[in-house]
Design a binder for this molecule. Sequence first.
Ligand code: FAD
Length: 217
Amino acid sequence: MQEALDQIIATLGHKAVLTAPRDMEKYLDDLQGVTVTQPMAILRPANTDQVAAAVKWCRANNLSIVPQGGLTGLTGAAVPTAPSPSAIIALERMNAIREVDLDNNSMTVDAGVVLSKVQSSAKQAGRYFPLHHGGQDSSQIGGNLATNAGGNNALRYGTARDQVLGLEVVLPDGTIWNGLRKLRKNTAGYDLKHLFIGSEGTLGLITGAVLKLGAYP
Ligand SMILES: Cc1cc2nc3c(=O)[nH]c(=O)nc-3n(C[C@H](O)[C@H](O)[C@H](O)COP(=O)(O)OP(=O)(O)OC[C@H]3O[C@@H](n4cnc5c(N)ncnc54)[C@H](O)[C@@H]3O)c2cc1C
């Protein structure tokens, strides 16, 4: 396995691969208190290409993949619990606001951006992002979309699903699906992004999203 680990360290860099139990500890601390199986490594890619490389590496080495956001879910789903060898792919280093488009009232973000940063970046731009819940200072937008979070404003504005124009996803074979559409009046065919929203990482790793912004209430 050391050879495989050397390979992924060469691809992602030292900072992105954690294997020492002490370094991995905080990534295994699920709020639910489930019994965690020690993963082979925590992979912390810094961009979408690196996520794709991490997924391909896991596949090549027969490792189950556990996507991890802010670890605020209360179901034990963001930590490994099965006996099979695994790796966590944590999105925390993908935390850039890629673009704020005021004409389109939209914002394109990395999946690892913490929800409260999405809200404050929208506010700074004079816009409003309505998703709001008690875990917003730690949970990431990717995790919010993966769980289709509802939150305190759901009756008025809808759930996380309703705040999205486009998505970027790394599929289980490492292919990058670029669905980062900004168009509101999109009437074309299947709306594949909705397959991934609410699928809790079972169909792919969300790496980016185009979010709708609105007027500040
Ligand atoms: C105090 C508190 C209050 C809350 N209140 C509400 C509420 O009012 N309404 C509500 O609906 N929810 C609520 N929640 C739950 C919250 O919505 C979820 O915990 C949050 O959306 C999960 O985001 P996360 O980044 O922490 O994901 P994690 O907990 O890390 O992961 C959750 C799931 O998503 C998967 N995942 C994470 N990131 C990705 C990704 N980028 N791509 C693919 N899969 C991924 C993980 O594998 C896991 O299955 C609350 C949570 C807390 C702690």
